[in-house]
Design a protein around this ligand. Sequence first.
Ligand code: SF4
Ligand code: SF4
Length: 241
Amino acid sequence: MENQNLISNQNTYKMKNTVSLHEYNCLQTAKIGCDDCRGCSHCCENMGDSIVLDPYDMWMLTSNLRLAGNTPVTYEILTSEDGPLELSNHDGLILPNIKMVVDERPGHSHSDTGICPFLNGSGRCSIHSIRTGLCRLYPLGRNFYPDKIKYFILNEELGCPSKKKSYVKISDWLEIPDIEKYEAFQLKWHNLKKETLVKMQNPNTSIEDQKTLMLHFLKTFYQTPYSSDFYNDFENRAFAF
Ligand code: SF4
Ligand code: SF4
């Protein structure tokens, strides 16, 4: 079983303390509802490089975001110097994550730590319907087993500060259509990352080959646009990789 949550790439020491005793499957309810997050944007601030995108997130952003003049947003635009994403090293793999920006909202005090560039002036997510999987997950973390995913509530230190919690079915909280397909994708993606990392770390893999593999990985799963049939595209790419 392996553990993943919003801070997993930031602090491995903390990670050991995030697992609560109780695990849920996605059809169970958990006390995670927070009154529509009224007046709070705590989990969109000061997140460092921890909001890592997976291929589904990249598909969502590139198929839904538009620039002025209705120009589609591409991987290259998103990861450009002025774009909202950056490439960082996440446990040995180079992956895109949301790039925190200086908080210039009047009356706010996060100028040194940064906020998500998608957070609007009213403290709301401007891309709510296409927000990343990790944003959807919070304040849950997830454990990966060979054939299933289980969810757990992050502990007090990392979790949502809201005191008024209500019970919500986890699949409703995630707001992702066809949760079964999504979880199957997540499991495959998790394993694919692990396998790629093993290849990268093989002592027989030269630095040059590591670089080539990493670029191929990024190109295959993030840079090459997906059709409307994301899951089928992903399966084909995973099979051929
Ligand atoms: S920290 Fe909790 S209440 Fe605040 S925005 Fe995030 S989920 Fe909502
Ligand atoms: S994408 Fe939206 S929900 Fe996620 S951190 Fe940014 S503002 Fe918050």
